[in-house]
Design a protein around this ligand. Structure first.
Ligand SMILES: NC(=O)c1ccc[n+]([C@@H]2O[C@H](COP(=O)([O-])OP(=O)(O)OC[C@H]3O[C@@H](n4cnc5c(N)ncnc54)[C@H](O)[C@@H]3O)[C@@H](O)[C@H]2O)c1
Length: 420
């Protein structure tokens, strides 16, 4: 099919992209199963979908499953640095328009979102809510076409809930991030492993013996701390929520305010979804050689303008490693321009966890199509049956069987009469 509405780096990368998408598919049995059913049942037949996601091999597999379901798709990137150009080329060759180029400027990033919206989507798939907020602010004439949407990440869900609260959200969106089969695995094990992978690929540092400061002990923070500990690092957690700070203490980590951690840390990793978490005052007390990385959604967690303001010199010393020299000669190393390092310098989450996140995505889109016109303009949780079905299919694919409740146990667990 001759596509017009795409913009990618190089169509000749398609062969490599296809091979890599196929490799990821080996670890995505649940998406594969769903795709096979979708090919028979066509639950998204003719539905125009605009998807703003990291263009990775795993997203490639989701795209093929949605195409098999009959959807009329267009893709754009959810981050300027996360696109895998070979995957973009492979999808275009498969007749799926993609607008995404690794390293694109912010202007082009938004131009690509705008092209995706020109598709007049009836469904949106978003990761961070840039597509949805652009639709709600700059392309409002298109909103009446939309049946519903899905949101992939914590930061996007926070933005959408805020839109709902302010009465600004105009169609139903399912918070895929909040499914247990998403955040317990993708955010924790996916971000944990791939963040370490991104930092290692960018720097080739040895983790053993390093003091690693994890800012934010949410699901992503849990994963990063757990994996860095496994590599022999000493973990310090900085938090603002008392329960999560307490949890970090009892998980065996040091907990302290970031200004204290800033003096001793070797590697700083932010995963809060918040802004200016590492700020001017922290840079000023850091040790010479400290490494700064972010794995939260936007590049605002490390206050880069403040770092630039403090620096007398900046140079790229390796791909994805910028050296900032402060006035006193202290050198700080910012990785991946402060963008999510697991996607900037590595390949993002391993396919096995994206299998569950994207199975949730696919089943939620089917759910939206089935419930067209029945849902209000709200942020909805993933239906429990979908969450359980994804876990069941994943266990089945892994060849793992579990027990079932006896009728007596079922009765007992829903009754109150029996006690001591
Ligand atoms: N890199 C990736 O591939 C990837 C994957 C999933 C999620 N994310 C993103 O990572 C971020 C975190 O996601 P999560 O699911 O762990 O969220 P979460 O809400 O479970 O955890 C965030 C934690 O950060 C803490 N926090 C907020 N402001 C802080 C501050 N100033 N200092 C210290 N701690 C602070 C919060 O109290 C909370 O405990 C989000 O932006 C999310 O979208 C990235």
């Amino acid at each position: 099919m001759a596509l017009r509405n795409y913009d990618i780096k190089d169509p000749f990368l398609a062969g490599l992209g296809k091979q890599r998408i196929e490799w990821a598919s080996r670890e995505m049995p649940v998406v594969k199963l769903i795709g096979e059913r979708f090919a028979r049942e066509k639950p998204l037949k003719g539905i125009r979908i605009a998807a703003c996601l990291h263009i990775t091999t795993e997203t490639g597999n989701l795209a093929l499953a949605l195409k098999a379901a009959g959807a009329d798709l267009i893709f754009c990137a959810s981050n300027p640095l996360s696109t895998q150009d070979d995957v973009a080329a492979a999808l275009v060759e498969d007749g799926i328009p993609v607008n995404a180029i690794k390293g694109e400027s912010e202007d082009i990033y938004y131009k690509h979102i705008s092209t995706a919206l020109d598709h007049k989507p009836q469904m949106t798939v978003d990761d961070g809510a840039d597509l949805v907020t652009t639709l709600h602010t700059k392309r409002t004439e298109l909103i009446s076409n939309v049946i519903g949407g899905t949101e992939e990440t914590t930061t996007g869900v926070i933005r959408l809930r805020s839109m709902e609260k302010a009465g600004k959200l105009k169609y139903p969106i399912i918070a895929v991030n909040d499914a247990k089969t998403k955040y317990l695995f993708d955010n924790r094990y996916g971000t944990g492993q791939s963040t370490i992978d991104g930092i290692t690929r960018a720097t080739n540092i040895l983790w053993a013996g390093k003091k690693v400061v994890v800012c934010g002990y949410g699901w992503c923070g849990h994963g990063i701390a757990m994996r860095a500990k496994g590599l022999g690092s000493h973990i310090i957690v900085a938090e603002v929520e008392p329960v999560r700070a307490l949890e970090a203490v009892m998980d065996g980590f040091q907990v302290m305010p970031l200004i204290d951690a800033a003096r001793v840390g070797d590697i700083f990793i932010t995963v809060t979804g918040d802004k200016s978490v590492i700020d001017r005052g922290h840079f000023q007390v850091m040790k010479d050689g400290a490494i700064l990385a972010n794995s939260g959604h936007f590049n605002v967690e490390i206050n880069i303008p403040a770092l630039e303001g403090l620096s007398k010199n900046k140079r790229e010393v390796r791909p994805y490693v910028d050296e900032y020299t402060l006035a006193d000669g202290c050198r700080l190393y910012l990785l991946g321009e402060g963008r999510l390092i697991n996607l900037a310098a590595a390949e993002g989450h391993p396919a096995s966890v994206m299998d569950m996140s994207f199975a949730d995505q696919a089943l939620c889109l089917e759910h939206l199509a089935k419930n067209k016109g029945k849902l209000g303009a709200r942020v909805y949780p993933v239906p429990e049956e979908i969450d359980k079905e994804v876990a069941r299919l994943k266990l089945q694919a892994m060849g793992i069987r579990i027990d079932t409740l006896t009728p007596e146990q079922k009765r007992y667990l829903t009754s109150w009469e029996e006690g001591t």
